[in-house]
Design a protein around this ligand. Structure first.
Ligand code: ADP
Ligand code: MG
Length: 729
């Protein structure tokens, strides 16, 4: 084993489980300790202004400057008591992750004194020098005028010595430069459209919330081994590495006990998360070796998404305390499962009804079927857009690969709901419907019996599955900001519900009774969106053919998938819901294409460097050892016996030469292809070139490198191998 690799492994094996400081209070006492919650607002802010603040939080009402000043004072007092010295606006740029710029609470007065300062103005608005954040051309760099503005609906929190204020990030011209702004707008559009439909059933409904429960998958790798893999360090994934003889075949990791060192990390992570008010609940091993999952209790989607972004940064911080690195990349290792972030999504009313859960009686079930069918319609009409919303350079490795949903968005409903929809479709509006629930029931028009759901009816291969009281959008990538997917889904459903309401109103205006109108339109929708329903094996090739026949979006090239944002029906949908303007969509695409190219460019450079600095020199060295030996064989045994005695060495040398030749030639081609791509005009053209000409070369180079890994003396190989990265805990 090379010295470098040996040292890394040696270090990794001496990383024992770290002790975790478990708080003496019970979780209920430290939950939300670092969050400026409503209770803390009541403690730190004058009663006279609380109502207006709560109105801003709950209903988005603007706050006057005076009130903002008082809120800022209270917030600062609370934060400094907990040791905060700085504050930052915390926002979600389009490149992913979160961004922050820290300012101290102090400020200088004109006469040179230092004053503690944190006013309503800085709470409300900050101007990060935003010129370096990508904006897709909305805001010219020389103008550099973007600002972040407080989102009172997500509470401020403290990380280390910094008070973090969740904010939106917009250009001075008003366009969104982040994920949060359109996410909030989509929540509001969905609320309006869903309330209108709910009121057909219950006049008491005045608010509909969208909920998100994410499941964050991740890998852990020992930091010493991570540091010896420049590809992991710089790109978050291994760009080379032969399969480990043992990987996930036995599924023994999934069912096994959590390793002690990992458990300590998880405990630490949970404590930190709970203090930040993130209701983490579930932890377990995942299928691939060293792969794990963390899931909280679901929350309102904007808050839940903030919590997911926060948890991702907490994970990275806590992992380092335990000498781990957390890999949030969708596919850190080829040949084993990648990581997703299932987004469990539902909508519910202020009256406490989950609109996606079957009800106890016929009336609530009609409401349930109404919402279910409208979600189906939305996913059907916008299946290409939803795919665009989860697509990225990194998620591309996961989608369409064997263990993950294909690059086709379809919906799994399960047998019972499918039965109900099939029967409804065939039923006559005049005669009423007969549906098999537990027992056969005959019912009047538009009444649906109790639906007894069997929760074991699950399909793991579907990208969008109904799971009893929610939909699980499984195609979302582990490193993604779920806001991108959630805002597309919310907007599509909002738009669909408004169209539905209009159709109902039209029929009712013509004198149709309400139930009959509902029944008529639901039946129509069930037939219309049938193509998107698929309960079979989503991984099979047969499905790809079938989906194409059904007219579902089957595009697999990520840069082309992004075009879906700009199709006329999606531009129209985002415009009518008020979620994103055409200019914003255009700029978002520019950023997506640019980010795509940059990620592939970095990977391709790292691959080129690694190959020329690690792989080829090692292969040459081993070849030279073999050649030396061959000379010795010849000298010892003579010409005639040489060929037989050195046969295997000759073979290996020939193979090494072949692989090295291919590698060197392809690295040259790759550099050429990059140069050509970089000279193209426009981000879209560049991204397409990176996808079409650079990605295939990278995988060809990798194939040869992985072959060499199997041939070259293990003692010389410098990079930690898959078995070491995945099985050291
Ligand atoms: P599984 O892995 O079996 O799908 P998990 O327990 O890992 O389930 O995660 C389920 C996630 O779904 C959790 O975050 C949970 O809070 C969330 N969830 C449960 N019910 C709902 C709902 N009605 N709406 C949104 N999310 C939900
Ligand atoms: Mg789970």
């Amino acid at each position: 084993m090379s010295k470098l690799r040996f040292q890394a492994l040696d270090n990794a094996l001496t990383h024992y489980p770290e002790a975790v400081a478990i708080p003496t209070e019970s979780p209920a006492d430290f939950f939300g300790k670092l969050v400026f919650t409503r209770e803390k607002m009541q403690e730190y802010i004058a009663d006279t202004i609380l109502n207006q603040l709560f109105d801003a939080i709950d209903n988005g009402k603007p706050l006057s400057r005076d009130i903002a000043n008082s809120v800022a004072m209270g917030m600062k007092k609370w934060a400094t008591e907990l040791g905060a010295t700085h504050y930052t606006h915390w926002f979600q740029p389009l490149t992913g992750g979160t961004a922050e710029k820290h300012d101290a609470f102090i400020d200088k007065t004109p006469d040179g004194h230092v004053l503690e300062e944190f006013s309503g103005k800085v709470l409300y608005q900050q101007e990060p020098d935003a010129s370096s954040f990508p904006n897709g051309g909305i805001r010219n760099t020389f103008e550099a005028r973007g600002y972040s503005a407080w989102d009172p609906s997500s509470p401020a929190f403290i990380v280390g010595d910094t008070l973090c204020i969740p904010t939106i990030f917009v250009a001075y011209t008003g366009e969104a430069l982040d994920y949060k702004t359109p996410l909030i707008k989509s929540v509001s559009a969905l609320n309006q459209a869903a309330v209108d439909v709910c009121r057909l059933f219950d006049r008491n409904v005045s608010k509909v919330h969208a909920y998100l429960g994410w499941e964050q998958e991740y890998f852990l790798v020992d930091e010493a081994l991570w540091a010896a893999r420049p590809d992991l360090m710089l790109t978050g994934r291994t760009l080379m590495g032969h399969d480990s003889a043992k990987n996930q075949q036995l599924e023994d990791h999934y069912f096994g006990a959590i390793p002690e060192r990992v458990l300590k990390f998880m405990t630490d992570l949970e404590i930190e998360s709970l203090k930040l008010g993130i209701p983490v609940k579930t932890r377990h091993n995942e299928v691939a070796p060293n792969q794990f999952e963390l899931a909280p209790v679901y929350e309102e989607v904007n808050l839940s998404n903030d919590h997911n972004l926060l948890v991702m940064s907490v994970m990275e911080r806590v992992a380092r305390r335990h000498h781990f690195r957390v890999l949030l990349h969708e596919k850190p290792f080829a040949g084993v499962n990648g990581s997703g972030k299932h987004c469990n999504w539902s909508i519910g009313t202020n009256t406490g009804v989950n609109l996606l859960a079957p009800g106890k009686n016929a009336a609530t079930n009609l409401q349930f079927i109404t919402f279910l069918v409208n979600v189906l319609m939305a996913v059907y009409k916008h299946n290409g857009l939803l795919k665009a919303s989860i697509s990225s350079a990194t998620n591309a490795h996961r989608l369409g690969a064997n263990e993950a949903p294909p690059a086709i968005i379809s919906v799994f409903l399960g047998k019972q709901i499918t039965d109900v929809l099939d029967k409804l479709e065939k039923a006559s509006v005049d005669k009423g419907i007969v549906i098999n629930a537990k027992k056969e029931m005959k019912l009047g028009v538009a009444t649906i019996p109790e639906i007894l759901l069997d929760n074991t009816d699950r399909n793991r291969t579907s990208p969008f599955a109904f799971t009893g009281n929610r939909f699980e959008f499984r195609a979302v990538g582990s490193s993604a900001n779920c806001g991108g997917a959630m805002l597309a889904l919310n907007a599509a459903v909002a738009d669909q519900l408004s169209r539905f309401k209009k159709e109902i109103d039209k029929l009712m205006a013509k004198g149709e009774p309400k139930e009959r109108a509902l029944f008529t339109i639901i039946k129509k929708y069930i037939s219309e969106c049938k193509a998107v329903r698929f309960d079979g094996n989503g991984y099979s090739d047969a499905w790809k053919e079938e989906a194409a026949k059904r007219g579902l979006d089957c595009e697999t090239s990520v840069p082309l998938i992004f075009d879906r944002y700009l199709s006329p029906e999606n531009i129209d949908m985002f415009k009518t819901t008020g979620v994103l303007s055409e200019a914003e969509l255009q700029s978002r695409c520019e950023v997506k294409w640019e980010t795509y190219s940059k990620k592939i460019q970095i990977e391709s450079r790292v691959l080129g460097d690694l190959v020329m600095n690690h792989i080829v020199p090692v292969a040459n060295r081993y070849q030279s050892v073999l050649l030396d030996n061959m000379i010795k064989v010849k000298a010892t045994f003579g010409e005639d016996k040489y060929e037989r005695l050195a046969a295997h060495e000759i073979l290996i040398v020939q193979r090494i030469i072949k692989h090295v030749d291919e590698i060197v030639a392809k690295v040259d081609n790759m550099i050429d292809a990059r140069r050509k791509a970089n000279h193209l005009d426009g981000e879209r053209a560049k991204a397409i070139a990176y996808h079409d000409s650079i990605v295939p070369l990278m995988s060809e180079i990798r194939k040869h490198v992985d072959k060499l890994e199997m041939i070259v003396d293990d003692e010389m190989w410098t990079l930690p191998k898959y078995r070491e990265l995945m099985f050291t805990k």
